[in-house]
Design a binder for this molecule. Structure first.
Ligand code: FUC
Length: 802
């Protein structure tokens, strides 16, 4: 027998495999650019201090601060051209179809305004502004005479700090965005009486007024609504609690003769919030009347309740070395714990960047230092917004997934108007771009803006949340959203002429183009990604209907349509998976989107068990695309390779994702990572941070193929994690080295769980299992089956036999 099995029946140990170790980003000089400063946030408001010694800038953010306004983007003439566009596609005249789309099948108005929507109705996510502090220090020479400088961000308690000595005085600053008091808190101290003096102002590049009300510094203004008027209003207030003297001037506050000072910043907008002014004043009053130690301990406790759910160590404990130096050194000398730090940072960014009841993470998370953010800092629905939420379930932050789920529910009415207005269709649809004003129309340029599976892709997240947290009540809540999305495709897909397959038309494969009769064309029918998303949407809708025991007729309609979806096609000439219905040649072989592998990840349509014949086609596809690309593109590829069970290639992509920006002859071109570990598209775009975090999790634990697989694509020779979650409702802890794996499995739900264990060596392995009851069998492919009650815990230990 290949695997020798020993079963033990005894009481279960429930200890955590590894406690949380210190996770910190730190630097020995102030930030010289924004992407070196430390992001802080509580899911609603954010702050990024640069740690400047004499002059410090703290970039402020509010996740709801958007210009623009609600618009009706239905272009009434578009629908008249839909039949002709489809006719052209059916006749193979794709270029002509595209020309017609470019002219007629687009939103009314400027759409995203070519990603410069700050002053258009579409709007953009903007920085709230800057808090600038000028410090009077030591001899006030303003020469850089400081010593012992260090600044950093402690991920364990979500607090940033700066410390240094100047003129014989030790200065310390501490910054956090309170998860409980909902204000920004900054503590400034000197170790000598009266050594602390500074003045400060609030401003932003446009649309603001600053003034003092007594000793409270205020900034207020209104965003451009995109129609020439005032849109969203905001108000920011800052108060100082100090043992020194505070003086208010017209637009600034000054403190002198102090040993310590606490700055409290309260801010809000009137986005769905009529009482915002009162809210700002109340939060400010309450926090400034609370002791700093209390503010800090409450903040830490609330943050840690989420952060401490997961621990991870890769090979060795964290190094105490400056983060920018580690990032560079990692190019030549492997630093495994840097990847663990990156993983923890991803969870940190999610806990700090979004919270229940607030808006979802945008392209910037919630951090921006400009008025016109790249791509409007919006919600891109053809990969980017969804990628931000990939780690939510597996890394144990399911409640934060709700911000995306709520957003999806909210865009349905707008999506219904778009479905009717552009397609005369039932149900709802969202295309490529969206915003808090709930834009769902095709964007202004059909080459990238007309893919119509953006909303359907969001629906995947609704069902994933169910898979990780099975609950019929939740299924009932989301079923109408899934059904509405499915209805749209049932009423809009057309039969293509060669096989009578049902396909989306018109559409495109995210943002790629192909060659046809010498032209570069994007518009097509039935791109592989659309088919995969629609298949998944249909299957998930059927599953939800089955859980609820409803809608037999509708389910039958879906089942019939499912039979007519195109199969996945492997190119006869190249062995890759076809991106389009026809085996077109792509204009950019290294294109950043690898949309036709949607079925491999995030979906589960291609797996070694289900479609062994397609695994090679996926590999060939990825080899053609290469291992470069924008930040998020590299992050996606980590996950693809993990699903192909290739830990080494996943690792290569992870390393590429952590390519230090600026290392390439000082240029900031090409994807990678900035000194503050923000992902570089470039520019900064946060999706890659989350895609990378999800990728590391995917290397350690998978559960998309009917079983839970421990270490399916692990590059690291030893390590440990705790608190990762699997579909079906299982929490997994594991520690491993070359000869042993120990794991603890906790069932959050009653169920039958299949667990696949790694092959430590090709030799026989010994399994010791502590479940306290039934006997278990380790099959030839290392699978075990567990019937678990809710709350039940199983520990197991797998050893090489020798
Ligand atoms: C997608 C990508 C771009 C960029 C933008 C925000 O459309 O193709 O690279 O990430 O979103």
């Amino acid at each position: 027998m290949r695997n020798l099995i020993i079963l033990l029946f005894c009481l279960v140990a429930t200890t955590n495999i590894n406690a949380q170790e210190k996770q910190e980003l730190w630097y020995n000089k102030p930030a010289t650019r924004w992407e070196e400063s430390m992001p802080l946030g509580n899911g609603r408001i954010g702050a990024m201090p640069d740690g400047g010694v004499y002059r410090e800038q703290i970039v402020l953010n509010d996740i709801t601060l958007w210009s623009g306004s609600k618009e009706n983007a239905v272009n009434e003439e578009a629908i008249n051209y839909l039949p002709q566009i489809r006719e052209l596609l059916l006749a193979g005249k794709n270029k002509e179809a595209e020309k017609m789309m470019l002219k007629y099948f687009k939103c009314k108005g400027p759409g995203t305004n070519h990603a410069k929507g700050a002053n258009a109705p579409y709007g953009c996510f903007q920085t709230l502004g800057f808090l600038t502090i000028n410090y009077a220090l030591g001899q006030q020479t303003k020469q850089a005479t400081f010593t012992n400088y260090r600044r950093g961000l402690n991920l364990n308690d979500a607090v940033a700090y700066t410390s240094f000595e100047e003129g014989g005085v030790k200065y310390q600053r501490e910054y956090f965005v309170s998860h409980t008091a909902d204000v920004i808190v900054i503590k400034l101290t000197a170790n000598k009486a009266k050594a602390l003096a500074f003045d400060l102002t609030l401003d932003r590049p446009e649309r603001f007024t600053t003034y003092c009300e007594g000793q409270t510094l205020c900034m207020k203004g209104a965003m451009n609504d995109g129609l020439g008027g005032n849109g969203m209003n905001y108000l920011t207030q800052l108060k100082i609690v100090t043992d020194g003297q505070t003086k208010a001037s017209a637009q600034s506050l000054a403190v002198s003769g102090a040993k310590k000072a606490y700055l409290i910043i309260s801010t809000a907008t009137d986005f769905n919030n009529k009482e915002y002014k009162q809210q700002v004043a109340d939060l400010l009053a309450k926090a400034s009347a609370t002791k700093y130690t209390k503010l800090l301990s409450a903040h830490k406790a609330a943050y840690q309740a989420k952060f401490n759910r997961v621990a991870l160590q890769l090979e060795v404990p964290q190094k105490d070395e400056a983060t920018d130096v580690r990032l560079k050194n990692n190019l030549t000398e492997e630093d495994p714990s840097l990847y663990a730090l990156y993983f923890h940072y991803g969870r940190y960014l999610m806990i700090s960047g979004t919270r229940e009841g607030s808006l979802p993470l945008n392209l910037q998370g919630l951090w921006a230092n400009t008025v016109q953010t790249p791509w409007n800092g919006d919600y891109h629905l053809n990969i980017n917004m969804q990628m931000c939420y990939w780690p939510a379930e597996v890394t144990n932050l399911p409640e934060l997934h709700n911000t995306l789920i709520d957003f999806t529910k909210k865009i349905v009415p707008s999506g219904e108007v778009t479905a009717k207005g552009f397609y005369g269709a039932d149900g709802w649809v969202a295309h490529v771009v969206s915003n808090p004003w709930l834009f769902t129309a095709p964007a202004e340029h059909a080459s990238w803006g007309a893919t119509n599976t953006g909303g359907a892709w969001l629906c995947e997240h609704l069902w994933e949340h169910y898979l990780f947290n099975p609950s019929p009540a939740y299924a009932a809540e989301i079923y109408p959203v899934l059904k509405g999305a499915a209805r749209f495709f049932l009423s809009t897909m057309i039969a293509e002429p060669s096989h009578n397959w049902l396909v989306t038309a018109p559409s495109s494969s995210p943002e790629n183009a192909y060659r046809l009769n010498g032209d570069a064309v994007s518009v097509c029918m039935g791109p592989a990604m659309d088919t995969q998303i629609v298949r998944e949407l249909f299957e998930n809708t059927l599953s939800a209907a089955a859980v609820l025991g409803v809608d037999d007729d509708f389910s039958l309609e879906i089942k019939n349509a499912l039979k007519r979806l195109p199969p996945m096609q492997v190119s006869p000439k190249g062995g890759y998976l076809q991106e389009w219905l026809e085996d077109y040649e792509e204009t950019d072989i290294h294109h950043r989107h690898t949309s036709h592998l949607y079925g491999l990840y995030p979906a589960n349509q291609m797996t070694p068990a289900k479609t062994p014949e397609l695994m090679n086609a996926c590999r060939t596809t990825l080899d053609r695309r290469g291992d470069g690309g924008t930040g998020w593109s590299r992050a996606w590829k980590i996950n693809f390779w993990a699903r192909l069970k290739d830990g080494e290639r996943s690792f290569k992509l992870l390393k590429n994702l952590l390519y230090p920006m600026g290392a390439n002859a000082g240029t900031f071109q090409g994807g990678g990572t900035y000194a503050n570990l923000f992902c570089a598209h470039p520019p900064f775009q946060i999706d890659g941070n989350f895609g990378g975090t999800a990728g590391i999790a995917e290397m350690l634990l998978q559960s998309h193929d009917g079983f839970v697989e421990i270490l399916p694509a692990c590059h690291w020779k030893k390590g440990s994690f705790s608190g990762l979650r699997a579909r079906g409702g299982l929490t997994v802890d594991a520690s491993w080295n070359a000869t042993q794996l120990k794991a603890t499995l906790r069932a959050n739900n009653e169920g039958v769980f299949y667990i696949r264990l790694p092959k430590l060596t090709d030799d026989a392995q010994t399994l010791t299992l502590k479940q306290g009851r039934k006997k278990q069998v380790l099959s030839a492919d290392n699978l075990i089956k567990l019937n678990l009650k809710k709350g039940e815990v199983v520990t197991l230990s797998l050893n090489t036999a020798k």
